[in-house]
Design a protein around this ligand. Structure first.
Ligand code: ADP
Ligand code: MG
Length: 256
């Protein structure tokens, strides 16, 4: 990251528990940031020229922050989310999640890290269409070997306001309801970070705003960190911080 970017980030007001800074592995008060992206670059090899999707990005995000990544299609937002969730790895540099460098873990450690610490939601909801709403929500717990996932799934479904729709199939829901189910599923195991890739992209503005409001509430009440790629112009009024990206770089960081 270039010097001027670092200075911009330092300008963001911080409290000791709410940090968004760059460059050091620990914050000034010695705590480990939840997500630390350290000089991360990502180059995709392709048949033509290699694509540099991220170019030496550094950013640190503390617990309980709601951060929006904005920028044109192709600027690297989804790539950064995938690296943050240990779904993929940087070509150079490091990603630390809760202090752990994702590129230094075994496959089984990675699976455990993703299962325990990361939730993901997508523009297209990605529900399983042959399972009921409540079965979708409890699925991550079942996959993790939880013996009695139903009560926790109920609790999460209730918290997104959909308990009465538990027995429906996804195709019997509106888009906004489907995204609420996806949010309940992503949070059922109480992850430290929720990664959201264009979560309002398939929704009308009013429904999209209700999803943004729900995410804001989750972030504040549960202290879940949320990193969200978005095109929504409205998102700025819901998040703490907007990170503007361009061509694989962080162009500007704006605190709302
Ligand atoms: P955004 O989410 O901001 O639209 P992406 O992170 O999806 O951007 O993509 C960044 C760049 O990397 C784009 O040029 C895209 O075409 C390229 N890219 C993304 N994924 C791959 C991949 N798996 N293989 C090759 N190129 C990719
Ligand atoms: Mg994308």
């Amino acid at each position: 990251m270039i010097e001027s970017d670092r200075d911009k980030i330092k300008d963001i007001p911080m409290s000791s528990s709410d940090t968004l800074i760059v460059q050091s592995a620990t914050t000034s008060n010695g705590t480990v940031p939840l997500l630390s992206v350290e000089h991360a670059s990502k180059v995709y090899e392709s048949e033509r020229a290699p694509v540099r999707a991220l170019d030496n990005i550094s950013i640190q995000i503390g617990s309980g922050r709601f951060v929006a990544l904005v920028g044109r299609s192709g600027c690297g937002k989804s790539t950064l989310l995938n690296l943050a969730g240990a779904m993929d790895f940087p070509t150079s540099g490091h990603i630390r999640l809760d202090g752990v460098a994702t590129d230094q873990l075994s496959e089984s450690q990675l699976t455990a890290l993703r299962r325990e610490k990361v939730g993901f939601i997508f523009q297209s909801f990605q529900l399983l269409y042959t399972l009921s709403v409540i079965e979708n929500v409890e699925l991550p717990l079942l996959l993790a070997g939880h013996s009695d996932p139903r009560p926790l799934a109920w609790e999460r479904l209730h918290s997104v306001g959909l308990a009465e729709l538990a027995d429906r199939l996804p195709h019997q829901l509106s888009g906004g309801q489907m995204q609420r189910v996806a949010i309940a599923r992503a949070l059922v195991h109480s992850p430290r970070i929720l990664l959201a890739d264009e979560p309002t992209g398939n929704l009308d503005t009013t429904t999209g705003n209700s999803i943004l409001e729900l995410l804001r509430q989750i972030c504040k009440e549960n202290k879940t960190t949320i990193l969200m790629a978005t095109h929504s112009a409205e998102s700025a009024s819901f998040v703490d911080t907007v990170v503007k990206m361009r061509d694989g770089h962080i162009e500007e960081i704006v605190r709302s």
